[in-house]
Design a protein around this ligand. Structure first.
Ligand code: SF4
Length: 225
């Protein structure tokens, strides 16, 4: 049974260009200090299940383009693959927000995915400093390579808090993504809402990203709350 912490019935921002509902699945192996869904990190979190999700989808046929599986880290639960298959079968497009912690499960999900928002949290060699995971950069890089090879619609996303990433780190990430052929990159300014409050509520950013980076992408966006 899927453990779901919440379901947003309508969203226009979680999958750019689509009207989608969003299911926030419980569980994540990483502990990023800026996590906005810290309450969903535990695998035991969540009081809803796939019955709630599919009841909503059933009532929204023809009204929604798709469903986004978000979290937490949705691929932490094996049952998400069957839920994706079922949503597709009902005629919904399927999107995924993932941190890239589970490359093998992502491979299983690929046949059912129309679009993925993949977190790219740091230069590969600094990844564990942000995620507090082990070899987390290797996993995320494997996911990026897999998605790119599969040709799934992809938005790479980087959350920026100046205490975690310097402008040079941002430049390293941007150049790495562009070199790998990623066309869509969003840099998201840290937001304190929903976090554990571990980081200072930083509101001063060094005026967007280094100037040469946006032109490397077909779609680039700096998102502030
Ligand atoms: S990977 Fe995502 S869900 Fe997991 S701790 Fe980091 S920000 Fe939170």
């Amino acid at each position: 049974m899927l453990r779901i912490g919440g379901i947003a019935s309508f969203s226009t921002v979680d999958w750019p260009g689509k009207l989608a509902c969003v299911a926030f699945l419980a569980g994540c192996p990483w502990r990023c200090p800026y996590c906005q869904n810290a309450a969903l990190q535990s695998a035991e979190a969540g009081t809803l299940n796939e019955g709630d999700l599919f009841a909503l989808l059933d009532a929204r046929r023809g009204l929604l383009d798709g469903v986004v599986f978000s979290g937490g880290e949705p691929l932490a639960q094996a049952g998400v693959i069957e839920a994706m298959r079922r949503a597709r079968e009902m005629g919904f497009e399927v999107g995924l927000h993932t941190c890239g912690a589970f490359p093998e499960r992502l491979r299983e999900a690929l046949p059912f995915l129309d679009w993925v928002g993949l977190d790219v949290k740091a230069p590969w060699d600094k990844y564990d400093q942000v995620t507090r995971g082990v070899a987390s950069g290797d996993a995320a890089r494997a996911c990026l390579e897999m998605l790119f090879e599969a040709g799934v619609g992809l938005e790479a996303r980087t959350t920026w808090h100046p205490a975690l990433l310097s402008p040079d780190d941002i430049a390293t990430i941007g150049h790495e993504l562009a070199a790998r052929g990623v066309r869509t990159w969003a840099v998201q300014a840290y937001r304190a809402a929903g976090t554990t409050g571990e980081l200072p509520d930083e509101t001063v950013y060094p005026s967007d990203v280094p100037a040469d980076l946006p032109a490397l992408f077909e779609h680039y966006e700096f998102r502030r709350a």
